[in-house]
Design a protein around this ligand. Structure first.
Ligand code: SF4
Length: 348
């Protein structure tokens, strides 16, 4: 059976014209039903002939995740979703409201193999990659649920997008297709922990997305302690790949920096940050670390965060502090998924 939501328009066209021996315009009709009208069954595609709908039902499937739990912030309208996929795997997505529009944070893998020590998603490793359709259907399910259109997406949920490279690239092609969701790729951010070869590969895809590097420490030996992937791809290689990404795409790279008290908020960290970003047009995004049940990292106090920002600014680095959304709901990625199953049932 073919997972039809995972197919780019070109693949769908091939299925329709080659396997099903139908005219090209049928592919346009099917793509529109799937990605604009969001039907959940082939029977709803009423401008297709009954025999074609029957054949599609036999050869392909449309799958959406189930909402298992939904937490809404009373403070800022953030909504956190726990979804269950067809095989029982659970993933998280978040809807955030900004002045610029609605944004979703999407998961790219069920679990994550990267083992970052401050991250709840890393606790049980990776179960499997998500398909392009499973990444996309998080967005579609959220739009269905809230009845509003989402304009921005960040691949910053559970999983390392560049560890699931082909599926993520297909997702980007489908979500930006003018015949479907038509999301501007300039509104999409992909966050990576630093898989250097795939950062370079991504630079060559011709996709104008924003790259965000989860830096978290500008010192190799310290970074290795909190992010095991740093042992495989050292900081020098990762920064070289980011510079290459900028040169190739002319898109400024964001450096994500989760501030952890006593770990990466010292003067020596500011100095190292200055050194690795020299002559590199980047933007540092400071994020006071979310307390994770499974780890012992603490966020610095508000004045210490402001102080750190001031020191970074003095080095001539473009820096902001990320607005914290959804403080009153379980904040950090992976915490819903890791919660005991008995607490995961949807209340409404
Ligand atoms: S921070 Fe990202 S890459 Fe690291 S373990 Fe968590 S989900 Fe994976």
């Amino acid at each position: 059976m073919t997972d039809i939501l995972s197919m780019t328009y070109e693949k769908l066209l091939d299925l329709v014209t080659t396997d099903l021996s139908e005219k090209r315009f049928r592919a346009d009709q099917i793509f529109t039903w799937l990605h604009q009208r969001r039907v959940k069954s082939f029977d709803e595609m009423t401008d297709l002939s009954k025999p074609l709908r029957d054949r599609l039902s036999k050869e392909a499937f449309i799958t959406y995740p189930k909402i298992i739990k939904k937490l809404s912030s009373k403070l800022d309208g953030t909504i956190k979703y726990l979804f269950e996929m067809a095989d029982g795997e659970r993933i998280e997505s978040v809807l955030m409201r900004y002045k610029t529009g609605l944004s979703v944070c999407l998961s790219s893998e069920a679990g994550c193999p990267m083992g970052c020590r401050f991250c709840a998603s890393a606790q049980n490793g990776k179960s499997r990659d998500l398909t392009p359709g499973e990444i996309l259907s998080q967005l579609y399910s959220i739009e269905d649920d809230i009845g509003e259109r989402v304009s921005h997406a960040v691949l910053m949920g559970t999983g390392e997008p560049l560890d699931n490279y082909e599926n993520v690239i297909s997702f980007l092609h489908i979500v930006s297709d003018k015949r479907g969701q038509d999301m501007s790729l300039r509104n999409v951010t992909l966050s990576t922990c630093g898989i250097a070869p795939n950062i370079k590969r991504l630079a060559g895809e011709g996709l104008p997305i924003t790259l965000a590097l989860s830096l978290h420490s500008p010192i190799q030996s310290e970074r290795e302690k909190i992010m095991p992937i740093a042992k495989v791809y050292p900081l020098t290689d990762v920064m070289e790949a980011c510079r290459y990404y900028f040169e190739k795409t002319k898109r400024r790279v964001t450096l994500e920096y989760s501030l952890m008290k006593g770990v990466n908020d010292r003067d020596v960290d500011v100095e190292a940050l200055k050194k690795i970003t020299k002559d590199f047009p980047c933007h540092v995004n400071l994020i006071p670390v979310n307390p994770v049940r499974e780890a012992s990292f603490k966020a610095p106090g508000h004045s210490e965060v402001l102080d750190f920002r001031k020191k970074v600014e003095k080095c001539g680095i473009n820096v902001t502090i990320r607005r914290e959304l959804g403080r009153d709901i379980e904040g950090s990625c992976g915490q819903l998924r890791n919660a005991p199953a008995k607490n995961n049932e949807r209340k409404s």
